[in-house]
Design a protein around this ligand. Structure first.
Ligand code: NAD
Length: 508
């Protein structure tokens, strides 16, 4: 995506900002082309906002907060009920736009919308999710209770790989808790997110309660340092996530960063072979490997090492094509730069001595010579010192490693700095239980390749994949987007009030 300082061309649509309930053109001088990764067709131009436009959005959100914070819970929940209905209504339309700008296949794009929709459904239960607690008679005539209150203006910064699901992890939960929100979607595919913003307006979210700005570092840094922003939720790469977490925290904000990953799947020799191999290949190459929960390392234990030819055969059978084509299994990478980076890492793997079992470079997709396609690629004999093992490749590249025992496999995974997700494939309850107990990774699948929790739980990536104690959706999001106020109250009849001055701290 090329930066372009020229004024926007009238032939190509522009991506709007949402400020104060209005979809408006940005006044920035810097615009970028948003291209279809399968064709390089320019779909729209994206404004790169600076601090002024971020300030306008935050001020609108701060003003709207004054009223929204006291809007009854049921009224907020009803808007979410309406929003889930609208997202369901427009699912196919949203998925089509998502495929065009992001590249993933249509069924996968629908999955992206659906996993976000589930969070909106969960937000409808706010009436019971954000309850406080009450203790009667903690001392004579004294009760103590806590209430959950919204924080104020919250901000969300999202990555390119789930342009529906991840914005929906954030703004519905923040808003239903009584906060107002400024969202900064990825500049690589913001059109999907804007469709969701339109639906949010249609659902009845009042002006200023949800705002959207676009751009990159300048806009993000302005959000992280703005005095009116109380909390920042980030999802994206480690390098940017660490920067955002640090900057927002230094400026007194509550912060959370969900970041990069290297997810391992352990295949035990007693596993159901067909299920395990299908899971490994699906989770390794689906969405062209551009998922933070993609399986990028297979650890083959003992006799499971004999399955390499079967893994390669299954990977070869996948169809690489444009996301709109029926039967496509994986589409293009998001950009030419991403393709060049992934191909460079494959070259590194070859140079460092890993065995290239399947090479996806140079793949041709008929009718689409300009797409950013890389086919499924498999290395075996991968060692922990290899760059392809130590780097989040974020492409359709699967590294296969050998281990003699489950203990060795667990040791490999626990020494890897990331902790987003992992899985074990086995028929043994004892092996699965040992793995669940000893593995130091926040999300564990047992015969499940991509263990992303449903929204009544929370996303719980750990270690190098996350900064901050609380996850972005589920019960932890309620904690993230509210603050607890504890009240200790004494009510009494004048006739029964005790007399005398108490100088101790104990309540009587
Ligand atoms: P990215 O870090 O490049 O971008 C994320 C956001 O940060 C975007 O909105 C972008 O505009 C902004 N940004 C980019 N550079 C910036 C800078 N220098 N300063 C401030 N802001 C900046 O990530 P991406 O390439 O869009 O997404 C892929 C990454 O996201 C992968 O590492 C993937 O693992 C991770 N991811 C993690 C999760 C999770 O839940 N752990 C989920 C999805 C994606």
């Amino acid at each position: 995506m090329a930066a372009n300082p020229q004024p926007k061309s009238s032939a190509v649509p522009t991506v709007k900002l949402l400020i104060d309930g209005q979809f408006v053109d940005s006044s920035t001088r810097e615009w970028r082309d948003l291209v279809n990764p399968a064709t390089q067709e320019v779909l729209a131009r994206v404004p790169m906002c600076g601090p002024d436009e971020v300030d306008r959005a935050v001020k609108s959100a701060a003003e709207a907060f004054r009223k929204w914070r006291n809007t009854p819970i049921a009224a907020r929940a009803r808007i979410m009920l309406k929003l889930q209905d609208l997202v369901r209504r427009d699912m196919k339309k949203i998925a089509e736009v998502l495929t065009r700008e992001q590249g993933k296949t249509l069924p996968d794009a629908e999955g992206d919308v659906f996993r976000g929709l589930e969070v909106v459904e969960h937000a409808c239960s706010i009436g019971t999710l954000a309850l406080g607690e009450f203790a009667e008679n903690v001392a004579t005539n004294v009760d103590t209770y806590f209430i959950r209150q919204p924080l104020g203006v919250c901000a969300g910064i999202t990555p390119f790989n789930f342009p529906a699901m991840i914005p929906l992890w954030m703004f519905p939960m923040a808003i239903v808790c009584g906060n107002t929100f400024v969202l900064k979607p990825s500049e690589q595919d913001p059109m999907t997110t804007m469709l969701l913003a339109e639906l949010a307006m249609e659902a009845g979210i009042p002006p200023g309660v949800l705002n959207v700005v676009h751009g990159g570092k300048e806009a993000v840094d302005a959000l992280c340092t703005h005095p009116e922003v109380k909390a920042v939720s980030f999802v994206g790469s480690c390098a940017v996530g660490e920067h955002v977490y640090k900057l927002a925290s230094q400026h007194g904000k509550r912060a959370q960063s969900m970041m990069g990953a290297k997810n391992h799947a352990v295949l035990m020799p007693d596993a159901n072979k067909e299920h395990s191999l299908n899971s490994l290949v699906g989770a390794g190459f689906g969405a062209a490997g551009q998922r933070c929960m993609a399986v990028s390392v297979g650890v083959l234990v003992g006799d499971a090492q004999k399955w390499i030819p079967d893994i390669v055969a299954k990977a070869k059978s996948l169809k690489v094509s444009v996301g709109t084509e029926k039967g496509a299994d994986l589409g293009p990478l998001i950009s030419k730069q991403a393709k060049a980076r992934v191909e460079g890492l494959i070259e590194d793997g070859v140079r460092e001595g890993a065995k290239l079992e399947l090479d996806g470079r140079g793949i041709q997709v008929p009718g689409h010579p300009n797409g950013n396609f890389v086919g499924p690629t498999i290395f075996s004999g991968v060692k922990t010192q290899h760059k392809i093992y130590n780097t989040e490749i974020f492409g359709p590249v699967l590294c296969l490693m050998a281990a003699d025992s489950l203990d060795e496999a667990i040791d490999i995974i626990n020494r890897n700095p990331y902790g987003n997700g992992t899985g074990i494939f086995t028929q043994s309850g004892a092996a699965a239980r040992k793995f669940q107990n000893e593995i130091d990774v926040g999300q564990v699948g047992i015969n499940v390749p991509i263990p992303v929790p449903v929204p009544y739980f929370s996303f719980s990536g750990s270690r190098g994949s996350r900064l901050g104690d609380l996850g972005p959706y589920g019960k932890q999001a309620i904690q993230f987007y509210t603050t607890v106020k504890t009240v200790t109250a004494r009510w009494f009849d004048d006739a029964t009030v005790s007399t005398g001055i108490h100088t101790t701290i104990a309540l009587k």
